[in-house]
Design a protein around this ligand. Sequence first.
Ligand code: FE
Length: 144
Amino acid sequence: MAGRKTAKTGNQGQKILKSDAEWRKQLSPSQFRVLREKGTELPFSGQYDSHFGQGVYSCAACGNPLFSSEAKYDSHCGWPAFWAALDEKKVELHEDKSLGMARTEVVCAKCGGHLGHVFGDGPKPTGKRFCINSESLKFTRKRA
Ligand code: FE
């Protein structure tokens, strides 16, 4: 495919590397702001905050399956929350010291897109709260 560059990344296979111009063509302005510029959607504004259908939430940029509805819960924080990723290798965690806070950023392991942050105040069994922007996700309903 013209313009698409890839790099080997161990277990994740081919990593997707695109220029900002390429991502801009593919993503909506609000998706671009979150996924490529590490923006945050307004709380309680996203389409998946109060969404509890059965299925899989994939990366809105590259389609990498990231989270299952089985790990989604209502955190009342204003963003979709999950207590685990579908598979540890689907996401990468990066130290984030922006905005004067020490947080752990969650990014898509395949395309590097910003998803949100993970906190230690989640429910059992992991105690984790993956606080993820709806703009970074695309839901696919599980077939019955
Ligand atoms: Fe991705």
